[in-house]
Design a protein around this ligand. Sequence first.
Ligand SMILES: [Zn+2]
Length: 128
Amino acid sequence: MKAFLHICLAGFTLSASAPAAEPTPEEWKKLWEQDKQAVKTGVCQVHHTSMPATTVPIHYGLVRPDPKGPTEAERIRLFPHARKFQLGGCCPIPDETTATIPVCDSCVKAEAAWLAARKVSRPASPKK
Ligand SMILES: [Zn+2]
């Protein structure tokens, strides 16, 4: 009985912390189209709130995602406009160090709650 409980608890722990299923290619296309439209209109596709244009730093080079952080699928489904930086690609442009992007306050709060629930601290800037 004790072994059975351990197996059940282990299964619960895995399912409770497992990332959301990866979207299908069709779902990705729909998610990216919704994201593009949200950037264009300034209204978050998840929270349906207005997003103020915010000046943020541009990070160039290879930016590795935090392995403890949300997957890209979780990010776009739960808090797509929480990032307070812009990815600039591999080739730095010296005169372009900031960008103006829409940032959703509800996405920022949702990301903070997601990270707090998993006891992950938010990095000040992306890891390179
Ligand atoms: Zn939002």
